[in-house]
Design a protein around this ligand. Structure first.
Ligand code: NAD
Ligand code: USQ
Length: 404
């Protein structure tokens, strides 16, 4: 049986671009279970990156077609699936016109910082795919339904690590006696993070020029894998990346603990970031859809619930792993990235909580269930994929033949 909390959706039509990916799949099911009419748009390129680089998710994921079919069988709810590249405006425009969304949730980008730093071709691909795809989404909204609310996934990494508090989107500055509220300064630390900065600027401009209604969700690092819906059947299982290119910090550490690999803290480990549970990702998106931005408004939410340094996370995984008898080792490996390893970090994140978000915090129970999940699938782990795979200093201009 499919659980749902009965939240009223008034049959709102929501297009989920990138709905075959990690955050998108969980969100599509979450919204479908709650009565929203959902259409997934995805070109399945994330699966192609894995094939090209010899990577694989920890979890055995079904094809996109089998996933939505199974969801229909067990929930009685239909999710439309459109295999479409949003960089192809003709094809995307067709899909947009036929589905007529009230809201578009845009997850559909190349989202790995290391991937964008492999070589020139991947840097160019990342910025082209992300920036042009997002421009196409904005044009489709302008052309076919200007009232449609754009909910765009940005990233906390757009702000970088400034030596002052990070605000939610805007900062009020007094300079030479005059005062203005301006977009918070952006300092992306990879060609990927910078693609999100460019998207934010483009969206802000479109809200002014065309009165688009937009919400930029500056999301922190997502961890976890289970949501109410993705555990309802094995065919609905979500992807879980642990490799050195697509795996993110906490998810990687949990797998490393499960297989007895020392936790790979890059450099000094003082790198501090915002984190959130995937169950909060889906809820944040729902909150953004339910209380849309106004026409002409560029609304920015910082979407994370707690901040930790890499060392904090390693300590937590070490402590909770020990309780399960895992004997977790922590190691410092030379940092493959160019980034501050000790820095001030204090980022605001109150707007989503004001809208009603009740965070799932990284307590002991959660760590235990995450570690339990990793142990369940540990036989599928390829130890060769764990090592850091991309060095920021040696990004090559030669064309990509990268193997993991
Ligand atoms: P993912 O790679 O698992 O999913 C992205 C999906 O988008 C994939 O299924 C891919 O095939 C699709 N896609 C990419 N380019 C496309 C295109 N041109 N046309 C159609 N589909 C396309 O990534 P994710 O982890 O689910 O992240 C989703 C979004 O959230 C991204 O925009 C990412 O930047 C953002 N985000 C993710 C995290 C995280 O920790 N995972 C944190 C902050 C922000
Ligand atoms: N790190 C380690 N060891 C590891 C992996 C990472 O120390 O094994 C460090 C990195 O050096 C970095 C920090 O952990 O300082 C975060 O790295 P990450 O790979 O977890 O996250 P990041 O590259 O920033 O990217 C991820 C998602 C991206 C999203 C971003 C949110 O892949 O899509 O935008 O998190 S944020 O970090 O807030 O910008």
């Amino acid at each position: 049986t499919i659980p749902h909390n009965g939240t009223s959706s008034s049959n709102r039509r929501v297009m989920i671009i990138g709905g075959d990916g990690y955050c998108g799949w969980a969100t599509a099911l979450h919204l479908s279970a709650r009565g929203y009419a959902v259409c997934i748009v995805d070109n399945l390129v994330r699966r192609t990156y894995d094939i090209q680089l010899g990577l694989d998710t920890l979890t055995p994921i079904a094809t996109a077609q089998k996933r939505v079919q199974k969801w229909g069988e067990i929930s009685g709810k239909h999710i439309e699936l459109e295999i479409c590249d949003i960089c192809d405006y003709e094809a995307f425009g067709e899909v947009f016109r036929s589905f007529k969304p009230d809201a578009v949730v845009h997850f559909g980008e190349q989202r790995s910082a290391p991937y964008s730093m492999i070589d020139r071709a991947r840097a160019v691909y990342t910025q082209h795919n992300n920036v042009i795809g997002n421009i196409n989404v904005m044009f489709a909204i302008k052309e076919f339904n200007p009232d449609c609310h754009l909910v765009k996934l940005g990233t906390m990494g757009e702000y970088g690590t400034p030596n002052i508090d990070i605000e939610e989107g805007f900062i009020t500055i007094t300079h030479n006696g005059r005062t203005d509220t301006l977009p918070y300064p952006k300092q992306g630390n990879s060609f990927y993070h910078l693609s999100k900065v460019h998207d934010s600027h483009n969206i802000h401009f479109a809200t002014k020029a065309w009165k688009l209604a937009a919400t930029d969700l500056n999301q922190g690092i997502v961890y976890g894998v289970k949501t109410e819906e993705t555990v309802a059947d094995p065919v609905l299982i979500n992807r879980f990346d642990y490799d050195g290119i697509f795996g993110t910090a906490l998810n990687r550490f949990v797998i490393q603990a499960a297989v007895g690999h020392p936790l790979t803290v890059y450099g000094k480990g003082g790198q501090t970031r915002g984190f959130l549970d995937i169950r909060d990702t889906v809820r944040c998106v729902q909150l953004a859809i339910d209380t849309p931005a106004d026409r002409g408004e560029f609304r920015v939410f910082n979407q994370f619930t707690e901040q930790f340094s890499v060392n904090d996370i390693a300590k937590i995984v070490n402590r909770e792993g020990d309780k399960l008898g895992l004997n977790v080792q922590v190691s410092s490996v030379p940092n493959p990235r160019v980034e501050a390893e000790e820095h001030y970090y204090n980022a605001k994140h109150s707007k989503l909580e004001e809208l009603g978000l009740q965070p799932h915090l990284l307590g002991e129970n959660l760590m235990e269930s995450l570690l339990g999940f990793a142990l369940e699938y540990k036989d599928r782990v390829d130890l060769n994929l764990i090592k850091p795979a991309v060095d920021w200093r040696t990004t090559s201009s030669a064309s990509g033949t990268k193997t993991a």
